[in-house]
Design a protein around this ligand. Structure first.
Ligand code: GUN
Length: 285
């Protein structure tokens, strides 16, 4: 049997539709959400991601600024720009595209972003609020994973969720959000013994390890929900997830494809966070 495909593209379009409605209401009050994206250097993948973010802002009627800086930009100059954006009234959200060149301390830059404008949810204060369950700007990809599961009509309460990967950007925050949804969460990583055996206990399997097609059908319980956060560029230029979609879809339940699964949700959640930040900035949320 072939599994149902969870379309992140379709869910993203639904959410962007409702964001567009809110943008109209805000415009009537004279408020336009504003996002500043900062890109340092020439990494081709980062340039593509930033263009996609710029386009999403344009399509939704946000104000946007993209600061493309040369690879030899000093940390002091970058921090000065962040400080300027922190104080700029037309800007509600600031995103500094990662990775940064090696001579720049990423933590220093993330820590410099105003907590209320940290639409990536990477600032330690937002991370801390996520851990203790307080209101915060949530990191976009993990928030997108949860939204995708919910909007596919899948209940997480009481389910066993297994997360493979423990990065600060995906694995750790997604495990916290799954707990918040009352799932029982197990985390696996590169040193986990018997990973396939543990993964096969999952009702919901979330994979974020950054290794193309790594997870095959031997990791998946029949009928389990499979969410693939991987985005790996193959030598032939094609994009592949961390999950071997062709083999896994023969045993799994609902599954996300790559591309067209979690990917589109990340930018949608960035737009959602920017809207939230704008509403808070103007006392409307
Ligand atoms: N580079 C890859 N993913 C991300 C992300 O979610 N945010 C930022 N700022 N940079 C990234």
């Amino acid at each position: 049997m072939t599994a149902t495909i969870i379309s992140g593209k379709q869910v993203s379009e639904e959410i962007r539709g409702s964001i567009a409605g809110e943008v109209k209401e805000l415009a009537a009050k004279g408020v336009v959400p504003g996002l500043a994206v900062v890109l340092v250097g020439e990494d081709p993948a980062s340039h593509v991601y930033v263009r996609n973010k710029e386009k999403a802002c344009h399509d939704l009627g946000y104000y946007s600024e993209v600061h493309r800086l040369p690879a030899d930009t000093s940390q002091a100059d970058l921090l000065a720009l962040v400080d300027k954006l922190n104080h700029q009234d037309s800007i509600d959200g600031i995103l500094v595209q990662l990775p940064l060149p090696k001579h720049i301390d990423e933590k220093a830059v993330i820590n410099a972003i105003a907590v209320d404008k940290d639409v990536d949810g990477f600032h330690p204060v937002n991370v801390g609020n996520l851990v203790i369950g307080d209101d915060s700007l949530l990191p976009c990809t993990p928030a997108g994973v949860i939204e995708l599961i919910k909007r596919a009509g899948i209940s997480l309460s009481g389910k066993h969720a297994v997360v493979i990967g423990r990065s600060n950007i995906v694995g750790k925050p997604v495990s916290l959000l799954l707990q918040r949804e009352n799932a029982t969460v197990t985390m696996c990583h590169s040193r986990t013994a018997n990973m396939a055996e543990i993964a096969r206990q999952a009702d919901v399997l979330v994979v974020a390890i950054g290794r193309a097609n790594f997870i095959d059908a031997s990791y998946v319980k029949p009928g389990a929900v499979v969410i693939d956060v991987g985005m790996n560029r193959l030598e032939n230029g094609k994009l592949a997830g961390d999950v071997d979609f062709e083999s896994v879809k023969e045993v799994s339940g609902p599954i996300t494809p790559v591309p067209g699964g979690v990917g589109p949700m990340t930018i949608t959640m960035l737009m959602q966070n920017t809207l939230t930040a704008a509403k808070r900035h103007h006392g409307l949320a």
